[in-house]
Design a protein around this ligand. Structure first.
Ligand code: 9UX
Length: 72
């Protein structure tokens, strides 16, 4: 049930934005790995889809002030 997805993260303008997005997603139950790239604006995330949905991930990031766009 481990799955990988790519998202586009909208609204990041500095390295602290990247850290904020990584921090909020890494602490979600079911997330195994997250990496966010400021230049490409992409997030790569590995998570257990039995525990967490993409909606949950989007909500967590959007509550932090950024927007996630599904690209896979
Ligand atoms: Mo950097 Mo991001 O000062 O919202 S943390 S712009």
């Amino acid at each position: 049930s481990k799955t990988e997805k790519e998202f586009l993260v909208e609204g990041m303008t500095c390295a602290s934005c990247v850290q904020a997005v990584e921090r909020v997603t890494k602490k979600l139950d079911g997330v195994k790995d997250v990496s966010v790239n400021l230049t490409t604006e992409k997030m790569h995330i590995v998570f257990d889809q039995k525990v967490l949905s993409t909606i949950d991930i989007k909500k967590a990031v959007e509550d932090t002030g950024y927007k996630l766009v599904d690209i896979t």
